[in-house]
Design a protein around this ligand. Structure first.
Ligand code: ATP
Length: 497
């Protein structure tokens, strides 16, 4: 009866107007202003709502007494959230703000193409009016940045590979992905600690270098060339890089890419904060289908058959429709298209740096050349620690000296040494003795075969090869000029035929 009476005397329109009026009065005299961030903005999901939820999760996890706990799909971590209608004080630049998580029941289902949730969720931010101009924009930017960091940390990183034959997946994507779980880190990687530190610093500088690259007008990307004998940890290094920076990996299988435009499309579909890898680049470029083209001549770039290099642009690539040219690959790493996206690292690996064209090696394309050497004594110490739990002090000085005496002469890869250590890891002493024996016999064999190089000679020689490759008459400009000489070359080939 009362309700009916109230409805008649005090109709909803009047009630609404009264509330509005009192609200206005209240806001006029209040020293606070309020911002509503709803979960759904019209029919679209409000990105800021999710960002605030994630951002608050970092501080809420410690202070809140009632929390909501979620775990997103493909995520390896839990996220704490503010419980319904709970509030929390946050401080930014010395200013206190209050966040309230407001959850109300949706009154009636309004018409929408998309079913809306029963609850209306949102955050209300309360800021003192005098602080509004001071912090609002920078605070929101800060929240978005923090939320992205948390999301990346929680999200499983992915290992992508280009689909077979360039086909697209169900979402029209040319990359297929699996969660990336490689356990290699810079701690477990056996290599010279100084070199390792240098690489880690370089990676860190790159990851923090957005402003640096922007100011100097450079694309925010970096190239690393890993070279050295098989089993020296090139793939492990890539995994360690990805784990260190928290980046995804795109493992590009060049043999599955048919032409330059396909290569470009693949590049466009990569995300930022990723490492694009081409393993064994010397083998990938020397594709068999390059040689089996219609003309029967080796028109495509073959790094071994240097004279054919001019033909690379002449009839390969777009026109030939079935192969990537060297210029296409160079553009992939360094051209205009390489900048579609940011914060990307290119890593090429090879066992034969001398086979690579100088154009690929020049700075700007491959900024850092990392030689992965046979196992050195500092690297051996890391392996002993990883596999047997030995520290330097644990092993007798005599044994350490014996190992140090033969390790360089033995020229064993970390992969070989790991195998020996894994085999007898249950009996530590036996494992070390076995390793010593293996190293000694390898060293003797090397000496007998006369393949022993001077200490670090291996590296010197590889560096020498790299230098030779860089200085070889097959100059980079020659390669890049190929495109300009495309028509001349085609004519020559036709005449020859
Ligand atoms: N530097 C290293 N530190 C730790 N482990 C290593 C190292 N090098 C090799 N290994 C071990 O050997 C295995 C093979 O190494 P990896 O595949 O990284 O070598 P690679 O140089 O990429 O070889 P390839 O050139 O044949 O691809 C790895 O699983 C790892 O356990």
């Amino acid at each position: 009866f009362c309700q009916t009476l109230l409805q008649t005397v005090f109709p909803p329109e009047l009630r609404f107007a009264t509330v509005k009026f009192f609200n206005r009065i209240f806001h006029l005299f209040s020293s606070y202003c309020y911002f509503d961030i709803t979960e759904i903005d019209g029919v679209n999901t409000n990105e800021l709502y999710n960002a605030v939820q994630l951002y608050l999760s970092s501080s809420v996890s410690i202070t809140g007494s009632r929390l909501s706990l979620t775990r997103a799909l493909n995520s390896s971590g839990f996220t704490f959230g503010l419980a319904n209608n709970d509030s929390i004080v946050d401080t930014f630049n010395g200013v206190n703000v209050l966040w309230e998580h407001v959850v109300t029941q949706r009154q009636a289902q309004t018409f929408s193409w998309r079913p809306l949730p029963d609850e209306k969720r949102g955050f209300t931010l309360r800021i003192k009016k005098k602080d509004k101009a001071l912090i609002l924009n920078s605070y929101m930017d800060y929240i978005m940045e923090k939320a992205n960091d948390i999301r990346r940390k929680n999200q499983d990183r992915l290992l992508y590979t280009n689909s077979r034959g360039g086909s697209l997946d169900s979402r029209g994507h040319p990359w297929e992905s699996v969660p990336f779980k490689h356990p290699s880190t810079f701690d477990t990687l056996a290599m010279d600690p100084e070199k390792k530190k240098e690489i880690m610093e370089d990676l860190q500088d790159f990851a923090n270098g957005q402003a640096f690259y922007q100011r100097r007008g450079r694309a925010w990307k970096r190239g690393y060339l890993l070279y050295g004998p098989p089993g020296t940890g090139k793939s492990s290094m890539i995994a360690a890089m990805a784990n260190y920076l928290g980046y995804d990996i795109y493992d590009l299988e060049l043999t599955e890419v048919h032409n330059n435009s396909e290569l470009r499309k693949l590049l466009m579909k990569t995300t930022s904060k990723s490492i694009i890898v081409i393993e064994d680049i010397d083998c990938s470029i020397n594709l068999t289908n390059r040689k089996n083209n219609k003309t029967g001549s080796s028109n495509y770039y073959d790094p071994v058959a240097a004279p054919e290099i001019r033909g690379a642009c002449a009839s390969g690539g777009e026109e030939g429709g079935n192969s990537i040219t060297l210029s296409g690959l160079l553009n992939f790493t360094d051209g205009l298209w390489s900048c579609c996206g940011s914060e990307r690292i290119f890593v090429f690996t090879t066992n034969h740096i001398e086979k690579l064209d100088p154009a690929l090696l020049r700075s700007g394309r491959m900024d850092m050349h990392i030689y992965m050497s046979y196992c050195s004594f500092p690297a051996l110490k890391i392996l002993l620690k990883n596999y047997l739990g030995y520290d330097e002090g644990d092993l007798e000085k005599l044994l350490m000296n014996a190992l140090e005496g033969v390790i360089d002469k033995a020229q064993m890869t970390p992969a070989d040494i790991s195998e020996v250590l894994i085999k007898s890891r249950r009996h530590k002493e036996r494992a070390v003795n076995e390793l010593l024996e293996t190293l000694k016999s390898r060293a003797e064999r090397n000496e007998k075969n006369g393949v022993l190089r001077e200490k670090n000679g291996d590296q010197d020689e590889d560096e020498e090869q790299e230098k030779r490759a860089l200085e070889s008459p097959k100059q980079e400009s020659e390669v890049e000029d190929n495109c300009k000489e495309e028509e001349d070359d085609e004519e020559k080939i036709n005449k020859r035929e």
